[in-house]
Design a protein around this ligand. Structure first.
Ligand SMILES: [Zn+2]
Length: 532
């Protein structure tokens, strides 16, 4: 193919080739050429795995919006902490715990290489050999095996480990999912909500009041709001953020999503979300709620409709009071394969509607995984709805390949992008999967055949769809070619914008981070393809 044809093709793929009036006219050609040259550089590296990894590692990556804190910690760190905290393990189940309950001291792994290797493979997917369902089981079992290691006292270490990894891979922001006390409060759901009651809006709002009034709710809330603050401060300290040589993780900002455990009864899930909404009122570090654990668990399937309705009620209640802090909603939905569902028409039907209900009923702003989009009865309509409502798909390629057997043409990421549905790459559980965000970018290029413009768009989408407070930098959703009026005329990403723009960025955290990303992308592209 002639170079000029390649240039035109790439230019067309690069969102309007930056034909924005907001960019200074003199810079337009330079920006276009720089992006095209960067895209060509990446194409030249496709067959060189080491160079491709290095190139993508240095690429600025915006946000990781789908990241489970407990599944994200490096397994070697978990073993290190288990040793430091004098924990033991059961050599039959590989569940860690107090040495009063478990027979084998983990400290032995210091000298016993076989034990160390077994812990590594039992607590992660390291070296796992087996079929899809076995992988599925091994993955979800891993959380329970090392959960005793991740005590509350280790939250600062866990956050520091995740931020450190994110910093090394040029990410700027992460949203971490965890219960943060939700499981304790979940029991209140079962206390106040009898089984088999019919759920209406009035009923649920009354139950909400009863749950909140319980002393355990208040004490858990106060304890965890304080705990999050101190844990984050502790993490920053561990990364030497206040020292002359801070770690790269100090560059990474973080917020939290309270995740409800869907393996519990619907009453528990409701109480967990009530708690999430209130924790977000108590601390600005919490920006949203989630729904986690296997989507195919019996309770998850049994109560899916009720739980989507419950979130609808809580969402509208929160929104109706202007004094309350907005609480965002991201939901795991459409992370199913037929093999994990009951082999009945009703069981298999779950493949068809979870994503749609999460959006249409529960107001999800982001969908975790969303791999079942083409199993919906009207997939094109669903894609159109996601595009129109600006709902983003959180794409976790490694996770989907290992747990669902979905990759290549079997994965919907290309369809999302082709249909202009917002999408961004995320790690899911980088500790257990032994992956990192760069691996996800490499997979996007080598397995999904994405090119630089698509990667850049996903990077921008990640910050656009973060739950950081404040307006977006971009004038039109999902089109990254025109900045808002107040910053029009500036070179986007200029470290020293004019006063009016600078002041606006100061009051809009999300836009400020997007501005910073543009600056990083400019630098990256200039470094990759030095200007003559
Ligand atoms: Zn997940």
């Amino acid at each position: 193919m002639k170079r000029s044809v390649i240039l035109v093709g790439l230019c067309l793929a690069i969102l309007g080739c930056q034909n924005s009036s907001t960019l200074k006219q003199a810079d337009v050609t330079q920006v276009e050429l720089r992006e095209i040259a960067t895209a060509q550089k990446l194409e030249g590296l496709r067959d060189d795995p080491t160079a491709l990894y290095q190139f993508l590692k240095t690429m600025p990556k915006g946000a990781d919006l789908h990241n489970h804190l407990s599944g994200a910690v490096t397994t070697e760190r978990l073993i290190e902490w288990a040793i430091a905290d004098n924990l033991c393990v059961d050599p039959k189940t590989w569940i860690a715990g107090s040495c009063k309950l478990k027979p084998l001291p983990i400290v032995k792994a210091k000298t016993d290489k076989a034990l160390y290797q077994t812990l590594l493979s039992q607590w992660s997917m390291e070296g796992f050999q087996g079929g899809l369902l076995a992988a599925h089981q091994h993955f979800f079992d891993a959380f329970g095996k090392f959960s005793a290691v991740l005590s509350e006292e280790r939250t600062d270490d866990a956050i520091a480990d995740v931020l450190s990894t994110a910093g090394k891979h040029h990410q700027m922001y992460v949203e971490l999912m965890q219960g943060f006390g939700a499981s304790e409060v979940g029991n209140l759901g079962e206390k106040y909500i009898p089984a088999n009651e019919h759920w209406t809006e009035a009923y649920l709002l009354e139950k909400r009041k009863q749950i909140i009034a319980d002393p355990l709710f208040r004490s858990t809330l106060i304890k965890n709001a304080a705990h999050l603050k101190t844990a984050l401060e502790g993490a920053r300290k561990l990364l030497s953020c206040d020292k002359p040589a801070p770690e790269l993780g100090c560059e990474v900002d973080v917020r939290f999503l309270v995740s409800a455990n869907r393996t519990k009864d619907r009453s528990s899930v409701f109480a967990q979300w009530v708690y999430g909404y209130e924790l977000a009122q108590a601390t600005p570090l919490v920006v949203g709620v989630e729904l986690v654990s296997p989507e195919e668990s019996p309770n998850s399937l049994r109560y899916y409709d009720d739980e989507m309705y419950a979130l609808d009620v809580l969402h509208r209640f929160n929104k109706s009071n202007a004094l309350r802090t907005p609480v965002h909603i991201a939901l795991h939905a459409g992370e199913l394969i037929p093999e994990v569902l009951p082999d009945t028409p009703a069981g298999q039907a779950h493949l068809k509607y979870h994503i749609r209900q999460a959006i249409e009923v529960a107001h999800a702003e982001r969908i975790g995984h969303g791999t079942n989009v083409f199993e919906d009865e009207k997939p094109l309509d669903l894609l159109q709805k996601m595009r129109e409502k600006n709902v983003m798909a959180e794409i976790c390629l490694t996770s989907n390949a290992i747990l669902l057997g979905k990759s290549g043409s079997n994965h919907p990421v290309n369809a999302y992008l082709e249909n202009n549905v917002p999408a961004a790459l995320a790690t899911d559980d980088e500790g257990i999967f032994r992956n990192n965000i760069t691996d996800e970018f490499v997979r996007a290029v080598t397995v999904q055949h994405l090119e630089y413009p698509a990667l850049k768009k996903m990077v921008r989408s990640s910050l656009e769809h973060s739950f950081l407070p404040g307006a977006s930098l971009w004038k039109i959703a999902n089109q990254f070619d025109q900045v808002v009026e107040v910053c029009a005329g500036e070179v986007v990403g200029n470290p020293k914008p004019a006063e009016r723009c600078a002041q606006w960025l100061n009051t809009n955290k999300r836009a400020a981070m997007q501005w910073k990303l543009e600056s990083k992308l400019n630098t990256f592209e200039n470094t990759v393809v030095p200007q003559s």
